[in-house]
Ligand binder design. Sequence first.
Ligand SMILES: [Mg+2]
Length: 244
Amino acid sequence: MILKAITFDLDDTLWDNHGVMQRTETGHYDWLDAALADWLAERGESQTVRFATHFPLSAFVARRQALAAAHPLRRGDFTWLRERSLMGLLKDYGLELDDAGQWAQAAMQRFMALRHEVTPYAEADDLLTALGEHYRLASITNGNVDIRRLPLGRHFPVAIAAGELYAPKPDPRPFLAALARLGCPPSQALHVGDSWQEDALPAQRLGMQVAWIGDEATRLPAGIHRLAHVRELPELIAWLEGQH
Ligand SMILES: [Mg+2]
């Protein structure tokens, strides 16, 4: 086949994201709790119960889930869900609306800084450099990483933030948006991702080839190829290019 374009999922495809989310989630919430306590103390308004004691992380998670259920169109816009939920909790904690908004924004800035402290797999940069010489590359993520904030971002002329389009994968629209911007039909494109439901199935249904990074011994439908790690991608591409 003649491949023209390759689209990449990001989290758990180009880096291991599990530790990142854990550190980001607790890191920004702890920061907010401590910074808010200092700020209230300076103003002589110390509360008897600290913010994160009154609203532990589990309360924040529950608030986000309730907000997502109430606003299904924004269910993939994690940044909005987080900021709005924090604002609600801060108001309930007793802050004025303006202060709650500013603290929610500050906590989100902290969140985004921590969120971008990712360590791509050692092979990722060279792999993308080599692929970029032959193929048009795009990233498609449901997460709130802005790939342009990372050194790897230079490899992707097209970067789709599917959650912020309000159509997170497995919706076909982020795939179609990426392919349209790359000027490539699905039949000449390969999608690389770790999620069976959000990467492999929707891309295969559009007629793309799929490199699914997974470890289950599933029977694979035509067009879906399993890799244990993204570093195995060049072999798969060489094999696909040899097919007619
Ligand atoms: Mg992923």
